[in-house]
Design a protein around this ligand. Structure first.
Ligand code: SAM
Length: 251
């Protein structure tokens, strides 16, 4: 298996592939002001194995296009939708977030948890805005500094991995510059990181057993452990911020 296949194998059995929870999804949904309506047009971009898409479909009673570039995650999201009795509402598809198969001006709600970093926050919010209806709503979670300044080692670690990491205020300015009006923001609680790291830790032994003495598998586990240690020791300096904003047009 190559590195991507190993990463998929490590994550595909888990409910989520990043920090978050059903409560966080519901809290962000409340900030959108969107009410249940079967005619809503919704996309969940970088949906992973479908956790947030399932919550959105359940809460809004509307169809949700769950989009991810990885077929194994999309298959799992589809299976979860079937198991949850939501197969009629959750439509999982393979798609690239840089080239979404979505018509311009068509979405009431574009959702994306922990995935926009693959494009970069600024690039993603700019590229996705035209897909929203006028006054359509964007809801994204993304790695965010909790304070205006932080220890150099924490800054160096995340800035190297994700140059788009910034404070909440800076990200809200990016949204405003890109043609959005902010509707709300919150940081994910610590429990939402534990909910992500816990299953990863619990699955590590089985992962190791499946991949024997693979150096690549050990390297992946070592990286995961390093990240978890950083969060345990320095997690007060960063979290995922959940940003909810409405498309605005003209002045
Ligand atoms: N939203 C899910 C969650 O919170 O559990 C998954 C978050 S995971 C950190 C990021 C997701 O983005 C992965 O499922 C990955 O496959 C997907 N992804 C990465 N690059 C992508 C791209 N270019 N287009 C579509 N999906 C992508």
């Amino acid at each position: 298996m190559d590195e991507l296949e190993l990463l998929v194998d490590l994550h595909v059995r888990n409910e989520r592939q990043g920090p978050g929870s059903a409560d966080d999804t519901r809290r962000a949904l409340a900030l959108t002001g969107i009410r249940p309506d079967a005619h809503l047009s919704i996309a969940d971009v970088g949906c992973g194995t479908g956790a947030s898409a399932l919550v959105l479909a359940q809460e809004l009673g509307a169809p949700v296009r769950a989009l991810d570039m990885l077929e194994a995650f999309v298959d799992r999201a589809r299976a979860r939708a079937e198991d949850s009795g939501l197969a009629d509402l959750v439509h999982a598809e393979v798609a690239q977030m840089e080239d979404l198969p979505i018509a311009a001006d068509s979405l009431d709600l574009l959702w994306s948890e922990g995935a926009i970093y693959n494009m970069g926050f600024a690039e993603g919010v700019r590229a996705w805005r035209p897909l929203l209806k006028p006054a359509g709503v964007l809801a994204v979670s993304d790695l965010t500094w909790t304070t205006p300044a932080r220890p150099a080692d924490v800054d160096a670690h995340w800035s190297a991995i994700y140059p788009g990491v910034a404070t909440a205020g800076e990200k809200i300015c990016i949204l405003e510059d890109a043609g959005y009006a902010p509707l709300g923001f919150f940081f994910l609680p610590r429990s939402s990181w534990d909910a992500y790291y816990g299953p990863l830790r619990a699955g590590a032994a089985d992962f190791r057993a499946r991949h024997g003495a693979s150096e690549a598998a050990e390297a992946i586990l070592a990286e995961e452990e390093k990240e978890q240690r950083l969060y345990a020791e320095r997690g007060e300096w960063f979290s995922y911020g959940f940003f909810v904003a409405r498309r605005i047009d003209g002045a």
